[in-house]
Design a binder for this molecule. Structure first.
Ligand code: ATP
Length: 448
């Protein structure tokens, strides 16, 4: 089963409208690396803010953290990444391209058809050297997940936040994996951003919390505005479970290439804290005041990819429809996620319209992301705003100079209403908070 939306069309819109560009494009690009443009960066910020709000701000039992990308190399020995974070790879004997063994069925190179070598293990971590001398003893790694930063700070956060079990530590940040088969636009890249939370619980309560977080995280995507029918849960089979996991579920989205992982939720048991305690010689346990005993907490981890959520939102929002014989492309983003909430569009570039239009812009931009556009015809500007998913276009025309009213055009219904400028902020705020467009008070006149 695949989604009806075509990935090439979404990628082309992303390039055309400033969401996502190929990295280093003037030098021919760098495979599977992408840059977020002015619209993309706002979209991504909105996703991260929604996650932070739901996971930290609106709970009392989770705190945030921001740890370093480069960490002590022993972290990766303790975590198991040096020994186990590997994929079996087969190399083509002729063109030397390497392929994931699991993607190959007939032991032939998908590029040139030649025979492949026996699969060998390939570590996915990026290596570099710290300091001026490039030698083995200075080898460090770019983190392949943000989680380890949380485990090694467990004691510091526990001591300073004075939290009691169960509680969580969350962070958002970049991770790096030298993926063998990156692709599908921003779905699998070698540099990406994760939103991870480690929830520390008393052993024995872990299964209950595991179920709780699976439900909670699935609901978060639905609340974010992703269509329910495009989401599903999938439990990992024993053979695909990560080395640390007791149990694992993926939240999957129906991408154009098929169902694929958006987020993984794992019951990591006490693997991480025990390993770090063993390798560092420091105690990473917890004193339970009620039971008057010490134990190593178990960990439930919901681990999400920012870029994959962005991609799912783009695919979910992409629509093509026919309006008066022309194709209209629009991104039907939920309002909270839309990069721009409102666009101020003077009807023309006539200099009489500029002062009032700029005044309206100056007023709104304090409250939400607003843009100002007076280039080209009004029709083309509407089309551009539809394509970036701006829910409200506000047009200032010559009549506005007489009656201090402007027209609001709503992206999805194309309905237009005329409202007094002094009420504009209030009306838009109500719409941004979810009031239906039809519910605008009577003093606002409906336009054809
Ligand atoms: P996959 O099976 O797709 O390689 P994974 O199971 O290795 O993913 P996790 O280690 O569970 O992924 O990472 C948690 C989340 O981080 C994933 O659900 C995904 O959203 C994101 N993620 C992981 N690898 C990548 C990548 N190469 N590019 C973009 N996002 C990624």
């Amino acid at each position: 089963m695949t989604s009806k939306v075509n990935m090439e069309k979404v990628a082309s819109l992303c390039k055309r409208r400033g969401f996502i560009f190929p990295s280093s494009e003037i030098y021919g690009g760098l495979s599977s690396c992408w840059d977020y443009g002015p619209m993309g960066v706002e979209l991504k910020r909105n996703v991260k803010e929604a996650w932070w709000k739901a996971m930290i701000q609106e709970r009392g039992d989770v705190v945030g953290i921001d740890t370093s990308i480069m960490m002590h190399p022993t972290v990766w020995k303790a975590s198991g990444h040096i020994d186990s974070f590997t994929d079996p790879l087969a190399e083509c004997k002729i063109c030397h391209l390497r392929w994931r063994a699991s993607d190959i069925t007939d032991n032939k190179c998908p590029q040139c058809g030649a025979a492949l070598t026996e699969p060998r293990m390939f570590n996915l971590m990026f290596k570099t050297f710290m300091g001026p001398v490039e030698e083995e003893t200075n080898t460090i790694y770019l983190r392949p997940e943000t989680a380890q930063g949380i485990f090694v700070e467990f004691k510091n956060v526990l001591a300073t936040s004075r939290k009691k079990l169960p509680f969580g530590i969350a962070q958002i940040g970049k991770s790096f994996r030298n993926e063998i088969t990156p692709g599908n636009f921003i779905f699998r890249t070698r540099e990406f951003e994760q939103m991870e939370m480690e929830y520390f619980v008393k052993p024995g309560t872990d299964e209950r919390w595991f179920d709780y977080w699976i439900k909670e995280r699935l609901e978060w995507y639905i609340k974010l505005g992703i269509r329910k029918e495009n989401l599903r849960l999938r439990q990992h089979g024993k053979e695909e479970m990560a080395h640390y996991a007791k149990d694992c579920y993926d939240i999957e989205y129906l991408f154009p290439m098929g169902w694929a992982e958006l987020e993984g939720i794992a019951n990591r048991g006490d693997y991480d804290l025990s390993q770090h305690a063993k390798c560092s010689g420091k105690e990473l346990d917890y004193y339970d005041n009620e039971e008057k005993k010490r134990y190593t907490p178990y960990i439930i981890e919901p681990s999400a990819g920012v870029d994959r959520s962005v991609l799912a939102l783009l695919i979910d929002a992409y629509h093509e429809e026919t309006v008066e014989g022309e194709t209209r492309v629009l991104l039907r983003f939920p309002i909270a996620i839309a990069p721009m909430k409102a666009a101020i569009l003077p009807l023309s570039r006539n200099e009489r319209l500029a002062p009032l239009s700029k005044k309206v812009y100056a007023k709104l931009c304090h409250n939400f992301m607003t843009c100002y556009d007076d280039s080209q015809s009004i029709g083309r500007r509407y089309r551009r705003q539809d394509e970036v998913g701006t829910p409200f276009c506000i047009t200032v025309d010559f009549q506005s100079l007489e009656d201090d009213q402007v027209t609001i055009r709503e992206r999805d219904s194309l309905a237009q209403i005329r409202v007094p400028i002094e009420k504009l902020e209030e009306i838009l705020q109500a719409k941004l908070n979810g009031e239906p467009f039809e519910a605008t008070p009577l003093w606002a006149t409906r336009q054809k």
